[in-house]
Design a protein around this ligand. Sequence first.
Ligand code: PBG
Length: 333
Amino acid sequence: MATGTSYFDTRRRIRANPHIRELAAGVHLSHRDFIQPLFVDEGISRRTQIPSLNEVYSDTPETLLQQIEEDLKEGVRKFLLFPVPAKKSERELDFHFVQSVFQAIRKRFGSDVWVAADLCLCAYTIHGHCGVLSGDKTRVVNEETVPLLAAYALSLAQAGADCIAPSDMMDGRVAAIRNVLDQHALSHVAVMSYAAKFSSQFYGPFRDACKSAPGSDEALRDRKTYQLSPFNAGDALLTTLRDIAEGADIVMVKPALAYLDVIARLRQEVHHPLAAYHVSGEYQSLELLAVHQLAARAALHIEAWTALKRAGTDIIISYAARHAKKWIDQVQY
Ligand code: PBG
């Protein structure tokens, strides 16, 4: 600012009331950008609150349909389904349960809903890893895991999934999935790749829900040999570009808030739709603040979602997606 003038730079004019703040807003949220995760558990006989995730439930196949019905009334049409099979195995994996769930969803709701299937083996394997372990249990074997993932993707798409969302972090799985879908006249089924999925503490509550935490008695106790390192943002860019080259339609960054730099960089680099997964630990930390009356629940989630939008994400995956329409309508600028 020039010196010697009689005024100073009054920035507060633009903040003076909700009307001008609304006009001046650079981003506006819409519930249309949201995907609601759903859990369906073969091993339960009634809908069960997930203890580690406030107001989030595991459904039976029957209550799942009721949940979707209610969500449709709240303006939610896009979902990400996590199946929890009753039986776990080393490598004899049985996909019938989730197939029957998809068939039931399609029969009941037709094309009124868009449902992506999370594709991973961690809820299926005894040890909780996202793929097949080597004989000495020290490695997840990429070459043995990818064909299983492709077979799983095919069974999900044949049962009616609109989108396959691989979250396993094996190399080459997007190409393998794309190929098998195309070979079976399923080229209309999309792939949303968990491209920049970091090895994170923020998945803790989810692993409770999916009963998928890697066992503490295993030689391999964490997912650091396949999920990305938080210390290596370059790997996230390379992996995302690689997944796009292999045929991913949508690419995702996960977790979200701790990786805003990655979202912002990818927004510059790629023209594909970009999704951010505000994961279980991120959701629950906000919920705990609200439960303890240290913050206002709706405004808190809106603030987090707004950060994701500012960073450049198109799509937000949130456990609170079903509240998005109501909360955004009432947003206080
Ligand atoms: C499965 C998977 C995980 C999440 C989504 N898919 C957990 C993990 O990698 O351990 C995390 C979702 C969340 O925390 O909300 N591989």
